[in-house]
Ligand binder design. Structure first.
Ligand code: HEC
Ligand code: HEC
Ligand code: HEC
Ligand code: HEC
Length: 380
């Protein structure tokens, strides 16, 4: 920690420095980097962020090293907790390709999604975090999506007469093995979106072309080309477009958890909540070569908060704000962390996002534990 006097001098310096006009965002890459998109997604046309800065690259690196006996032995020598890391890292290992998304998605849908994201892939635990981006940043990103969108031929508009044929093909051509489609088909693989969202996300022409040959729309597509005829692609598109998804509503909120009455220690809440999840965005820079994470030093469009959740002192300093942050995320789960077959519920978002941002809410059991620990006066 810096002594208060030094901190005062630094803060003074910041105040007296003239505030320059914000740089206009020249290019999409800059816009995407300013929103920290590259921490999870590969930004097309730029080098991927290294593992020091990227949630995705570092988590993948941990799994890669885990699978290589030589590098694993080295890592175990350097990191005393290596085996725990291998076991725990589970998120951001796979993230959708922005290149493939830009090639097919309607840019105006992207605008709405950035302001109010929702679960697209119910089999994937992580969702897009809600960002603190300015309208200027969002405009620049949306313009970039518009410029990168791939032109496709105009085909026949959606027609109910093709839906029954499309429904048959959906099973026989293997779509059913990868995709959720509302509550009609729920055996999805992690990375295939719920097809019930497609009609809101792209034009019917783009959907037909994508179904026929995804790689022709974007080489980054991971969906395989299934050797369909034009007529089959059209029938499938119309099934996806017109069939009722038969979504069920995400379950209504149960009662908010009540604080645990039995004595709770800091070690318990550290192990199950703060050290397991929160610390990864709220690091203590003194313990991480100066890095502090987006929840502390600022990121995802949000200014710095100064909140570190890696040490007892850091957690206690914001203990009064933690219950509300956890309960807000619980509320957002109806839109951000739904089960296959459920429709993301509309939500009036609180101004401040719930925590943990972009991840499913922590379990009611763990919330009850944290509430109990705080009610008991945050014992060590
Ligand atoms: C913390 C990680 C993270 C960051 C940072 C992030 N995203 Fe995402 N993004 C995701 C995840 C996870 C998904 C998949 C969500 C789902 O399927 O429900 C996603 C999905 C998307 C999609 C939909 C793509 C598709 O194939 O369905 C778009 C578009 C997108 N992100 C754009 C952005 C932009 C623009 C930024 C920067 C402003 C950004 N993302 C930053 C994790 C992230
Ligand atoms: C330099 C490497 C590195 C970077 C960068 C990194 N992580 Fe992690 N992350 C780890 C390790 C190692 C663990 C396991 C920690 C443990 O078990 O104590 C982990 C665990 C996690 C966990 C809990 C386990 C899981 O996967 O759900 C979350 C959540 C998480 N990280 C989120 C993030 C987010 C969000 C970012 C980007 C802002 C990020 N991480 C960046 C290395 C990293
Ligand atoms: C091997 C798994 C797999 C199979 C089989 C598959 N898809 Fe996909 N599909 C994906 C993935 C993954 C994506 C997301 C984009 C990407 O990464 O290619 C996708 C994207 C799509 C999209 C764009 C949806 C959106 O909201 O962005 C449509 C439409 C689609 N698939 C329809 C189909 C149809 C129809 C079939 C059957 C002919 C099918 N898919 C078969 C994996 C698959
Ligand atoms: C993926 C990154 C990420 C994770 C994981 C995360 N945070 Fe945050 N947190 C942020 C960001 C970004 C902000 C700033 C939001 C803002 O300014 O509105 C923030 C702000 C906060 C705030 C201040 C706003 C408020 O609600 O009063 C609290 C408290 C907080 N986080 C607690 C937590 C707790 C507790 C956890 C673990 C359960 C957690 N965070 C996990 C990124 C994260």
């Amino acid at each position: 920690m810096l002594p208060a006097v030094v901190f005062g001098v630094l803060a003074g310096g910041v105040v007296t420095t003239p505030v320059s006009e914000a740089e206009p965002i020249p290019a999409l890459a800059a816009a995407l980097h300013s929103g920290d998109c590259a921490r999870c997604h590969q930004v097309p046309g730029t080098e991927p962020l290294g593992r020091i800065d990227s949630c995705h690259s570092c988590h993948v690196w941990v799994k890669d090293v885990a699978g290589d006996p030589v590098r694993r032995d080295k890592a175990k020598a350097v990191f005393p907790l290596w085996e725990r890391y291998e076991k725990n890292v589970a998120t951001y290992l796979e993230v959708p390709s922005l290149e493939a998304a830009m090639a097919r998605l309607d840019p105006e849908w992207v605008r709405k999604y950035l302001k109010d994201p929702h679960d697209l892939r119910p089999g994937l635990n992580e969702t897009m975090p809600r960002f603190g981006l300015s309208d200027t940043q969002i405009d620049a990103i949306v313009d970039g999506f518009a410029a990168a969108k791939v032109a496709v031929p105009t085909v026949a508009p959606p027609d109910p007469s093709r839906v029954a044929e499309g429904e048959k093909l959906f099973s026989t051509k293997g779509c059913v093995g990868c995709h959720t489609f509302g509550a009609r088909s729920t055996g999805a693989i992690k990375m295939a979106p719920d097809l019930a969202h497609a009609r809101a996300r792209m034009s019917p022409d783009t959907a037909a072309a994508w179904i026929k040959n995804p790689k022709a729309i974007s080489p980054a597509a991971t969906m395989p080309s299934l050797g369909l005829t034009d007529a089959e692609a059209l029938a499938l598109r119309d099934y996806v477009w017109l069939a009722d998804p038969k979504w069920t509503q995400a379950k209504p909120l149960g009662k908010a958890p009540t604080p645990v009455k039995a004595p709770v220690t800091y070690a318990q809440v550290e192990e199950r909540v703060f050290g397991k999840i929160c610390v990864h965005c709220h690091m203590n820079p003194d313990l991480n070569q100066g890095r502090s994470g987006p929840g502390n030093g600022g990121g995802f469009g949000y200014p710095a908060t100064g909140i570190e959740l890696q040490t007892y002192e850091g957690v206690v300093a914001v203990a009064d704000r933690i219950p509300d942050a956890l309960l807000r995320r619980r509320l957002e789960a109806h839109r951000d962390a739904i089960q296959p077959g459920e429709q993301p519920a509309p939500l009036t978002r609180p101004a401040t996002p719930g925590m943990p941002l972009g991840l499913p809410p922590i379990s009611d059991e763990d919330i009850a534990l944290v509430l109990g620990w705080i009610e008991q006066g945050t014992p060590r």
